[in-house]
Design a protein around this ligand. Structure first.
Ligand code: SF4
Ligand code: SF4
Length: 439
């Protein structure tokens, strides 16, 4: 029987728009906008000023604090602005704008590292931090922080999250097919950095070609196992993945390290391999540009900081009237209203839906069918939480574990009354965080 978790849904996956398309290198952008806070934690402090010339891979933002990573120029050229700009997270973020000189010149300090066998665990973690590597699945947590659990947490398992359960997105699938050696090299670096001897690569069974591809590379390697998972959303949620692969349950309010596990995304592993092999920090990533509103859906290797509108144009532009643009997929993606905003480290996808495909429903009263409860992968009571949120009952929402909600959207997806349950719970969470800060 295939490994999986309780709850979840089977939305239309629509991956066939791009899953057969090889990764294509995007053209060099004329301009990039590098936000100083593409990660969870303290934003960076800009190291450059207007008029400076910079080269590809040069550090332009210094990390401030332990939970932070530096930012780098993704092209060579001139700094034309250092100011708050729109970014995909919403609102404004301090950013460095670079106009390209068309040369794409590499910064002199960018050099391949020593081979993995010659690097110490601390040297690996430092390389990862200095390269600005964050989780590439979307959350943007600094990777070196994940790899540095406190001494009282004993981690014995690494899982590579290769589930890619979000509909439409195929960036990791292509990576597993085209660069499986890099994924495994990155995993080996993580194992050495943490001293963990056992690891798993979890892949859903709708990507059996990727299973075959990665299995060829791990054959004969000690401590690395490929696990085939049932195709179900949100199989790639950290807690669901851990449960499916190891049977362990992350407690309410807990972290994967509480059950001895560290989870890293496929793209993150490949980014670590890239630093080891070339010395280049995280300045590019694979983004799936897809949806009914895109003329030529593609898996594009883009430079971080490329304006979203330029990426869309490289895919033939809009098809029909765009109804919705999301950074990420349809379940967990963030709606974008400013297409001048740049792609960031967590931009796994850019989904454009044609106007005709965007359905707006008027919510009706709850019919108490409990479908939302059945599908919640965290065993929450979405309908109760949404009611608390509607009535501003934040303390009650907290006592019903609203903070454990992973905002997967399963409850909203199945609700026959079209109640925006996830939206309500998200609001409750933001109020609970504000209350906690006040205390
Ligand atoms: S309550 Fe949260 S975790 Fe549960 S289904 Fe809804 S969005 Fe997902
Ligand atoms: S799925 Fe919708 S209608 Fe059914 S119990 Fe949940 S909130 Fe009510």
């Amino acid at each position: 029987m295939l490994k999986t978790f309780k709850g979840g849904i089977h939305p239309p996956y629509n991956k066939n728009l791009t899953n057969f398309k090889p990764i294509e290198k995007a053209i060099l952008p004329k301009k990039v906008i590098i936000p100083m806070g593409m990660h969870i934690g303290a934003p960076c402090e800009p190291l450059v000023k207007v008029g400076d010339t910079v080269k590809k891979g040069q550090k332009i933002g210094e990390a401030k604090g332990f939970v932070s990573v530096p930012a780098h120029a993704s092209i060579s050229g001139k700094v034309t602005a250092v100011e708050p700009r729109p970014w995909p997270g919403g609102g404004l973020m301090m950013s460095v704008v670079i106009e390209s000189d068309g040369k794409d010149e590499l910064f002199e300090g960018v050099k391949p590292s020593k081979s993995l066998s010659d690097l110490s665990p601390d040297e690996i973690k430092n390389l990862i931090r200095e390269a600005g590597i964050t989780g590439l699945g979307g959350a943007g947590f600094p990777t070196q922080v994940k790899l540095s659990p406190p001494p009282e947490k004993s981690v014995d398992t690494i899982i590579v999250n290769a589930a890619e359960c979000e509909p439409y997105i195929t960036a990791d699938h292509r990576l597993l097919l085209e660069r499986p050696d890099d994924v495994v090299l990155g995993l080996e670096a993580i194992m050495k950095a943490t001293g963990v001897k056992r690891s798993f690569i979890g892949i859903e069974n709708n990507k059996l070609d990727a299973v075959e591809s990665i299995q060829k590379v791990v054959q004969g390697k000690e401590g690395i196992e490929v696990v085939i998972l049932a195709t179900k959303y949100p199989q790639g949620g950290e807690k669901q993945l851990i449960k499916a692969v190891t049977g362990r349950e992350v407690p309410s309010g807990g972290l994967p390290m509480d059950v001895g596990v560290i989870v890293n995304n496929t793209g993150t592993c490949a980014a670590i391999a890239n630093v080891l092999k070339t010395g280049l920090p995280l300045i590019e990533r694979i983004t799936t540009v897809t949806g009914s509103g895109i003329r030529e859906p593609k898996n594009l290797l883009i430079r971080i900081g490329t304006p979203l509108i330029d990426i869309i144009e490289q895919c033939g532009g809009f098809k029909g009237r765009p109804g919705k643009v999301l950074m990420g997929g349809p379940m967990m993606g963030l709606a974008q209203s400013q297409l001048e905003a740049p792609a960031i480290k967590g931009t796994s996808g850019l989904l454009v839906l044609e106007k005709a495909d965007v359905r707006l429903y008027e919510p009706s009263p709850c019919i108490r069918c409990a479908r939302c409860v059945d599908v919640c992968p965290i065993n929450l009571l979405p309908t109760t939480l949404a009611k608390f949120a509607e009535k501003n009952m934040w303390v009650e929402a907290e006592s019903y574990h609203a903070m454990d909600c992973i905002e997967c959207g399963c409850c909203s997806f199945v609700c026959p009354a079209h109640i925006p349950l996830t939206q309500h719970i998200r609001i409750a969470k933001s109020h609970i965080i504000a209350l906690r800060k006040k205390k």
